[in-house]
Ligand binder design. Structure first.
Ligand SMILES: [Cu+2]
Length: 197
């Protein structure tokens, strides 16, 4: 294995990462996550990482890791090669291998709450940085028990925002990343819930 892999921290489970995200752990890049591409399978097929995590694929045989929404594309990589992608922003990012039909995976990046309170609102962070060229973010909310999502931010390039509606209640929140250059969007991040008083 490569030194990079050996030095990478032991990957946290999805639950632990989600908890860290909700608790507002630092988002600085530092964690790493490795996915193997071998046979006709990505392992693990579904990965949840915190914003700012670098995901590295390692290849056995020839494969690609290709974002379904064109966020990244490794091109063909063969045994011994790696490909890394920084996951800065929230959403669910499905990907596939262009060589092997049915060889699919996904990376989920949760929305984070970096501070706040029921009385003063919550600071949401959907990206570690403002959007680069060809990228933007959507953030939505809805009151629990209702079905229709409302826009909190649409195509924003900002990375954070204060969620503090005039109406008290418990709200669900989610975010996604747009590839505006390709007019495509990631899936939505897992829902988080916060109460306003
Ligand atoms: Cu493949």
């Amino acid at each position: 294995m490569r030194i990079r892999t050996l030095l990478a921290p032991v990957a946290l489970g999805a639950a632990a990462l989600t908890t860290a995200a909700v608790l507002g752990a630092p988002s600085a890049v530092g964690g790493g996550s490795t996915i193997s591409a071998s046979g006709v399978t990505f392992t693990p097929a579904n990965t949840t990482v915190a914003q700012g995590t670098s995901v590295t694929w390692s290849f056995t045989g020839t494969h690609t890791t290709t974002s379904d929404q064109a966020f990244w594309n490794s091109g063909n990589r063969s045994t011994g090669a790696t490909y890394s992608q920084g996951m800065k922003s929230a959403g669910k990012f499905p990907y596939h291998c262009t060589i092997h039909a049915g060889m699919n995976g996904s990376i989920t990046v949760p929305l984070r709450v970096t501070g706040g309170s029921e009385g003063s609102g919550w600071t949401l962070r959907w990206s570690t940085a403002t959007a680069g060229a060809g990228r933007a973010f959507d953030v939505q909310y809805r009151r629990t028990g209702t079905t229709a999502w409302r826009s909190f931010r649409t195509d924003t390039t900002a990375a954070t925002g204060l969620f503090n509606l005039a109406q008290s209640g418990t709200y669900q929140l989610r975010a996604r990343t747009s590839n505006t250059a390709q007019d495509r969007e990631s899936g939505w991040s897992p829902i988080i819930t916060r109460t306003l008083s």
